[in-house]
Design a protein around this ligand. Structure first.
Ligand SMILES: *Cc1c(COP(=O)(O)O)cnc(C)c1O
Length: 432
């Protein structure tokens, strides 16, 4: 396009809707020219060029950074073969390989894979699977969902209904969103003993609603966009027991936590628990392309396939997209060859050391680290503009929200860069 960055930013402000934004745009935007390794090359409105270390992995997806040779090669090779072909009545190697890899890597018992285009859609599919399962086995009254507060499952309507009622703006959507059953947010942190009274309250809720519950839907171990909170894996075992006892399906949303982010391949692995249905997305393609998947057990698949309507009536236009599948295969391939556990543990140690000084800042309520996730929670909402400016001044891209300044760096972030990210988080928490 013609014109300088200034002109482009002007066009953007007039025409382009950004996440959680109003129109015309009022936000301070940085223009990205290119990205490589863990660095974004940006230009601001004044024409100043900068290299920023990406502390966000592009919303937790770019686990290998940018322009990774293996992922680039997979994308180029697939473009030279075919970029896309419809999935109804046709199939292809990238999708078959991906589904097989997903089954191999995921917790035991998950054997069937529905490929879809985004995390929110994969949660829609998980909910549709759960509701249709109970319809098919003759229990159509089981159509509500149970979750805990503090969760996030996407921005389309049914996933929104299981997001935290405040964070998901349920008041705005009263009368539109289906009304689900909410437990309190899980108490304590990752290392804290589970609270027996809390587990008891979960048991009461499941028992009370068992006749109309289709599924329990939760993010295991890490509640991400709902508040970046960690909880004891023991609660997942409690959910599994309660689901079995009261005949309710268990859905784990591993869209944020999957692929090693919390230090285990899946957060469910911390608990040794398998769900009946599992969603993955975000880092599935190493952050290159939009793709997600919903996995389920043979029990769920067979239940649906033996019902009156023996098909799962869902089929996105870009289902199984070969280009995205090829890059996902390359990314999952790297998980097989790179010592990601070692890298995530190395980053975890760096975050623990580097974020510790944040504890001394007035207004900081908590500092927590799990795997390659570092969070500074303030006792007030962050001044996003001031916090972002402080991070950028340190040479780092961060995107705080609500009262949280956090980082989820790519697994390939070197120790010095992790230290710089930590300094930026501390500076942002101080400024914001
Ligand atoms: C990001 C996210 C989603 C939604 O995924 P999109 O690809 O943005 O639709 C759902 N669940 C969790 C846990 C997420 O982190």
């Amino acid at each position: 396009m013609e014109g300088g960055v200034d002109r482009l930013l002007g066009l953007d402000r007039r025409h382009v809707w950004h996440p959680y934004a109003s129109m015309p745009g009022v936000h301070d935007l940085r223009f990205v020219e290119s990205a490589e390794g863990v660095r974004l090359r940006t230009v601001d409105g004044d024409g100043n060029r900068r290299e920023l270390i990406d502390g966000m992995s592009s919303w937790w997806a770019a686990i290998w950074g940018y322009r990774h040779p293996a992922l680039d090669a997979a994308a180029h090779a697939q473009i030279d073969t075919m970029s896309h072909v419809m999935f109804g009545g046709l199939t292809h190697e990238p999708a078959i390989e991906l589904a097989t890899r997903l089954v191999d890597l995921s917790p035991n018992g998950l054997e069937h894979v529905f490929l879809c285009d985004s995390g929110s859609v994969s949660v829609e599919v998980a909910i549709k699977m759960s509701l249709q399962y109970w319809r098919s086995v003759g229990m159509p009254a089981k159509r509500r969902l149970l979750t805990w507060r503090g969760g996030y499952h996407g921005d389309t309507f049914h996933p929104m209904s299981v997001c935290d009622p405040d964070g998901g703006m349920h008041a705005l959507w009263r009368g539109v969103l289906p009304e689900q059953v909410f437990a309190d947010a899980p108490p304590g942190g990752f290392d804290d003993e589970p609270d027996p009274a809390y587990v008891e309250s979960l048991a009461d809720l499941v028992e009370q609603h068992a006749d109309d519950l289709a599924a329990i839907v939760v993010e295991p171990v890490v509640q991400g966009a709902g508040g970046m909170r960690f909880h004891s894996p023991a609660y997942l075992r409690a959910w599994r027991d309660l689901a079995d006892e009261h005949d309710v399906l268990l859905v784990f949303d591993e869209i944020a936590t999957g692929w090693g982010r919390s230090g285990a391949m899946f957060a469910a692995d911390h608990a040794g628990v398998s769900p009946d249905v599992m969603c993955v997305g975000k880092a599935l393609t190493g952050g290159y392309l939009s793709m997600a998947a919903t996995l389920c057990t043979p029990r769920v698949a067979e239940g649906i396939s033996q019902g009156d309507v023996p098909v799962l009536a869902h089929g996105p236009t870009f289902m199984g997209n070969p280009l995205a599948a090829a890059v996902a295969n390359a990314s999952l391939g790297l998980l097989g060859t790179v010592d990601w556990r070692g890298e995530v543990a190395r980053i975890e140690a760096g975050l623990r050391a580097g974020l510790a000084p944040a504890r001394e800042i007035p207004g900081v309520r908590d500092v927590r680290v799990l795997g390659a996730i570092g969070v500074v929670e303030l006792d007030h909402d962050v001044d996003i503009a001031a916090a972002t400016a402080a991070a950028v001044e340190t040479g780092v891209w961060l995107r705080p929200f609500r009262n949280l300044v956090y980082t989820m760096p790519p697994y390939v972030t070197a120790d010095l860069d992790v230290a710089t990210i930590c300094r930026a988080v501390v500076a942002a928490a101080q400024a914001g």
